[in-house]
Design a protein around this ligand. Sequence first.
Ligand SMILES: [Zn+2]
Length: 151
Amino acid sequence: MECTWTVKGSVCGLPAEVRYCLPLCEVHVSTFQSQRTSELRRYAGYSGVESFPGYCYFLLLPGETVKIGYSNTEETLRRRIKDLTREFEKEYGPGGCEVLAVIKGGYAAEAVLHERFRDSRIPGYGERFHLSDDILDFLATAPRIAFSLPA
Ligand SMILES: [Zn+2]
């Protein structure tokens, strides 16, 4: 499969995988993501993402890293947190996963926060970040939603 990203009438053509429903090479996945993020930021701003539907979660993982992800509904949020916890406990043993915060804003919040904390992002680990001072500062004042998994 070839990348179909087109600039001034010329198609990229590098080896591609389907991402965001488009055949994109590694470079153009990044281009797509940063354009999507700036689009979202234009609509939401750093302080207005909570007006978007859905939830954005901060899940502490073993090794002081944090996954920042999103879910559209409370039900998928619970399922996602359970699945991730199970997955990481299988790899690292029980304990070590903890929901640090759930905030409003779903997909838009996730995109904006991924961009905001990009310096803390761990390359190659899918949406995982070092638990940096930036993230801790954000969490200290973030308007959280009460969330707990049934025992
Ligand atoms: Zn490309």
